[in-house]
Design a protein around this ligand. Sequence first.
Ligand code: HH2
Length: 271
Amino acid sequence: MTKSIEQRFPRPSVMGVVNVTPDSFSDGGVNFDPEDAVAAARRMLGEGAAIVDIGGESTRPGAEAVDVDEELRRVVPVLEQLEGVPVSIDTSKAEVARRALELGAELVNDVTALRGDPALAEVVAASGVYLCLMHMQGEPRTMQADPRYDDVVSEVAAFLEERLRAAVDAGIAEDRICLDPGIGFGKTVEHNFELVRRLDELTALGRPVVIGFSRKSSLGKLLGDPNATTGSVAASVGAAVAAYERGATILRVHDVREHVEALAAAQAALA
Ligand code: HH2
């Protein structure tokens, strides 16, 4: 990994989501069979994704944790068949990350920002791979119960700055690291949109910002369904383009072709 993360992922880059889970909020079960997951990943890369994010544990609101053996059972057969293509591993477990890196993953996407497993920082530092640090208030089982902030943007920015320092102190090079405000992770609809609206306060931390608004329930709620658990593709694309315009570098999405096309047009119009 000789390139900085900025060189490896120019603005905008698309990260395709492949959940090898029975229970993810929008694609649960669709790619639970390894063959389906591999085909989905290859299709996304063909559609213009810069990388595919492989995850074996759902972090949707209310999700129960899975143990390390089950997570490995889900992701290893997929990673084995994707050796040689750009892969990110969506995990907070050092053991899962270690195995994924052996199989060629180039980025560790940790929704706990190195707070979940004390051994993960060392695995990332030793291998020199890229790292995504994400903000979450609470934990998936309960995080949507009653999220509260005095000022969501300054609190998320302070958290990400602190986790960035912790990662660098653990020996991870700063130019390998990107930051993510964690859309939907302990946040109301208004918190999520405010984070995009004031994204300049997060890009001011000096690291590339990842935004994962794709299909999230805030989009369905915005459009009038208070009980929505997902959002539409069109609403996802709108949020991604707005985030890009406000400075996001990597857009984490389920519907790769639509986002790649929309972002190409947005980039041409805004450049
Ligand atoms: N969102 C999800 C999972 N991982 N990682 C980052 N960096 N940013 C995100 O916004 C993010 C993430 C949740 O979405 P999904 O993977 O589709 O669902 P689930 O957690 O239910 O598998």
